[in-house]
Design a protein around this ligand. Structure first.
Ligand SMILES: *[C@@H]1O[C@H](CO)[C@@H](O)[C@H](O)[C@H]1NC(C)=O
Ligand SMILES: *[C@@H]1O[C@H](CO)[C@@H](O)[C@H](O)[C@H]1NC(C)=O
Ligand SMILES: *[C@@H]1O[C@H](CO)[C@@H](O)[C@H](O)[C@H]1NC(C)=O
Ligand SMILES: *[C@@H]1O[C@H](CO)[C@@H](O)[C@H](O)[C@H]1NC(C)=O
Ligand SMILES: *[C@@H]1O[C@H](CO)[C@@H](O)[C@H](O)[C@H]1NC(C)=O
Ligand SMILES: *[C@@H]1O[C@H](CO)[C@@H](O)[C@H](O)[C@H]1NC(C)=O
Ligand SMILES: *[C@@H]1O[C@H](CO)[C@@H](O)[C@H](O)[C@H]1NC(C)=O
Ligand SMILES: *[C@@H]1O[C@H](CO)[C@@H](O)[C@H](O)[C@H]1NC(C)=O
Length: 274
C-alpha cells in the first residue's frame, strides 16, 4: 500500500516537471503577466520572454521564435505579424513580414542568399522590372523570363549594365542607339552596327567614304563620294570614268587628255606617212 503511494508521488513529480516549469516556454501565464515569462531566473526564455495574450502561455517576444531551446531572432520563413518582427535577426533592414503568409521574407527587390537578404542583381530571380533595380543593375535593371538583366539597349559587362555599342548583341535597331552609335545605330544579324551608308570608325559611325564596305551604291553616296559613289566588290569607289583623288571623285581628265594626244599624234603621223 505504502509503496503504491510512493510510486504515485514519483509519477506526479516527474509528470509535473514535464508539464511546466514556471515561466518556461509553453507554461501558463494566466494573468497575462509577461514578467513571469521574462526572467532569466525562472524560465528558459531569458529576457526575450513574453506572455501570449491569446493563449495565455509563455512564448518568445515579438521578433523571436522558439528554436533549439532558446528564443532566437526571426530569420527567413519564421512567423511574424509586422515587418519589425523580421528585422532583429540575420535579415536585418532587408527583411519584411509577408502579409499573405505571415512569414518573414526578403523585401521586394531582394533575394535570400544563405541566410541574408541581398539586393537583386544580374541573374537573380524576379517577377517584374522593379524587382531588378535594387542592386548592381540599378535603374537599368529589367526582368526577362524571370531573371534580372539589363533593359533593352544595355548589356551586362562584368559589373554593370552598359549602353550597347558597336558589336553588342541586339534584336532591334533601338537596342543599338543608347550608346556610342547613337541615332546611327542599327541591328543587323543580331549585332549592333552602323545604319546603311555608314561605317564604324572608332569611336563613332561615320558616313561611308572611299574604300568603306558597302552592299549597294546608295551605301556610298551619303559621304564625300556623293552622287559619284558606287559600290563595287563590297567597297565604295567612284562611278565609271571617275577616280578617287582625295577628297573627291574626279573625272578621268588626265587619261582623257592622254587619249586625245595619242589620237592627235596618230593623225599627224598618218598625214606624214600617207
Ligand atoms: C507579475 O509576476 C511577477 C513575477 O511573478 C510578480 O512579481 C508581479 O507582482 C506580477 N505582476 C502582476 C501585475 O501581477
Ligand atoms: C524582459 O526583461 C528585459 C530586462 O530583463 C527588458 O529589457 C524587456 O523589455 C522585457 N521584455 C518584456 C516583453 O517585458
Ligand atoms: C497583453 O496583455 C498585457 C497585460 O494585459 C498588455 O500590457 C499588453 O499590451 C498585451 N499585449 C498585446 C500584444 O496585446
Ligand atoms: C520557406 O518556406 C517555403 C514554403 O512556405 C518553402 O518552399 C521554402 O523552401 C522555404 N525557404 C527556406 C529558405 O526555408
Ligand atoms: C541589405 O542589402 C544591402 C544590399 O544588398 C546590403 O548591402 C546590406 O548588407 C543588407 N543588409 C543586411 C542586414 O543583410
Ligand atoms: C513587382 O513584384 C513584386 C513582388 O515580387 C510586387 O510586390 C510589386 O508590387 C510588383 N510591382 C509592380 C510594379 O508590378
Ligand atoms: C566586332 O566583332 C567582329 C566579329 O566578332 C570582330 O572581328 C571585330 O574585331 C569586332 N570589332 C570591334 C570594334 O570590336
Ligand atoms: C583603298 O584600299 C586599297 C586596298 O585595300 C588600298 O590599297 C588603298 O590605299 C586604299 N585607298 C585609300 C585612299 O584609302
Amino acid at each position: 500500500m505504502e509503496f503504491k503511494y510512493w510510486l504515485l508521488a514519483v509519477v506526479v513529480v516527474v509528470a509535473m516537471s514535464y508539464v511546466s516549469v514556471e515561466g518556461a516556454f509553453g507554461s501558463e501565464c494566466p494573468d497575462g503577466n509577461t514578467s513571469l515569462c521574462n526572467s532569466s531566473e525562472s524560465g528558459n526564455l531569458g529576457d526575450k520572454g513574453a506572455c501570449d495574450n491569446t493563449t495565455k502561455m509563455c512564448d518568445c517576444n515579438d521578433g523571436y521564435s522558439w528554436k533549439g531551446g532558446i528564443c532566437k531572432a526571426n530569420g527567413y520563413n519564421d512567423t511574424c505579424n509586422t515587418t519589425p518582427d523580421c528585422q532583429l535577426g540575420s535579415l536585418g533592414e532587408n527583411g519584411t513580414c509577408s502579409m499573405d503568409t505571415k512569414m518573414c521574407h526578403c523585401k521586394d527587390g531582394f533575394s535570400l542568399e544563405v541566410d541574408m537578404c541581398r539586393a537583386n542583381g544580374y541573374n537573380d530571380i524576379c517577377s517584374n522590372d522593379t524587382d531588378c533595380k535594387s542592386g548592381n543593375l540599378g535603374d537599368k535593371g529589367a526582368c526577362s523570363t524571370l531573371k534580372c538583366g539589363c533593359k533593352a539597349g544595355y548589356s551586362w559587362k562584368a559589373t554593370e549594365c552598359k549602353a550597347n555599342g558597336y558589336n553588342d548583341t541586339c534584336t532591334a535597331d533601338t537596342d543599338c542607339q543608347s550608346g556610342n552609335l547613337g541615332d546611327m545605330g542599327a541591328c543587323s544579324t543580331g549585332k549592333c552596327g552602323c545604319m546603311k551608308g555608314h561605317s564604324w570608325t572608332a569611336p563613332m559611325c561615320k558616313t561611308n567614304e572611299y574604300n568603306d564596305t558597302c552592299t549597294a551604291d546608295t551605301d556610298c553616296q551619303s559621304g564625300n563620294l556623293g552622287d559619284m559613289g558606287t559600290c563595287s566588290s563590297g567597297k565604295c569607289g567612284c562611278i565609271k570614268g571617275h577616280s578617287w583623288t582625295a577628297p573627291m571623285c574626279k573625272t578621268n581628265g588626265v587619261s582623257g587628255l592622254t587619249v586625245s594626244i595619242t589620237l592627235m599624234l596618230g593623225v599627224l603621223l598618218s598625214k606624214r606617212i600617207f
